[in-house]
Design a protein around this ligand. Sequence first.
Ligand code: NAP
Ligand code: F7E
Length: 313
Amino acid sequence: MGITGQDGSYLAELLLAEGYEVFGLTRRLSASNYWRIEHLLDRITLIPGDLLDQLSLIRALERAQPHELYNLAAMSFVPASWDQPMLTGEFNSQGVTRVLEAVRVVDPKIRVYQASSSEMYGKVREIPQTELTPFYPRSPYGVSKVFAHYITVNYRESYDLFAVSGILFNHESPRRGLEFVTRKVTNGVARIKAGLTQQLGLGNLDAQRDWGFAGDYVRAMWMMLQQDEPDDYVIATGESHSVRQLVEIAFTHAGLDWQQHVVLDPAFIRPAEVDHLIGDASKAKAQLGWSPTVDFAGLVTMMVDADLARYGR
Ligand code: NAP
Ligand code: F7E
């Protein structure tokens, strides 16, 4: 679920490479949204469905008869969760309950991965954040993901489902949505380089995130479902960088001076901010054998290069 998103596309590639038959749930839109999975369409099966529609989820599972289910579907853009808090809860919280109920009804042996988020830590209670750090979400998105996290734990404990939550810190790629800050910056750099614009409006440059590469993070999802026992894991690089550092690396890589192009735009300041996230993935390293392969500078330059190439530079 969520196969048309950033993570869904990388996970589908990984599962195909591992020899899986891959089914993906998609909702009908007036225009197709398959740009991330275009290259996979002849090797995967798409099934219509929506997190809002319980029966569609049950039918999808009956049709695919999966052994593993990855629920990556969500309203994932934090600012939009203030605009549409009710819908965010319907998708991200009750939508997960619907997925778990569908599993119970169709086949409780299906192994379930739920996409939890470092946004659950919000106003952090501890540095770095581990699986045991208390949650303090700072947006309707973060709140919705805390519900989803605990309903997954609860169904594991109540019904003995093999259901796990991966608490993933920010992960990015050339396939990241254009509104998220990494891609907004790398796409902005490419547009400036191509002469299409001169300015890039941004919000809080002081915010710090633990940014990794999405391709590394979907591998961790898959590893979690291959364990003997279901458990929750933090997935992070253990390094934190500011939006300002992101901007500096991206502009410098393209031979630009960011101070001549970046303008502060209050429209991008959030009602409540998550100032600083840094994860401790020791448990995943020890128990899954997972570690990231792409560092921050490598990630940013990969994304800048991909966007420059798109604009023909
Ligand atoms: P994304 O690119 O925004 O993809 C979200 C996916 O969810 C899309 O396929 C979208 O379909 C689908 N979706 C949204 N609403 C739906 C609905 N009502 N019914 C069915 N499908 C629906 O997100 P991502 O970056 O790949 O993230 C994947 C998951 O991990 C999300 O749950 C996100 O909250 C979580 N997460 C992400 C990060 C990160 O840094 N990327 C970190 C922690 C957790 P459409 O294409 O039709 O919109
Ligand atoms: O913001 C700051 C902004 O929107 C990162 C989602 O995948 O990761 C993502 O959530 C930071 C924030 O991601 C702009 O204030 C400054 O502090 O790229 P973002 P996010 O909110 O961290 C988590 C783990 C998820 O689970 C989510 O699904 O950058 N920032 N200026 C800006 N952010 C945006 N979007 N745009 C700006 O102009």
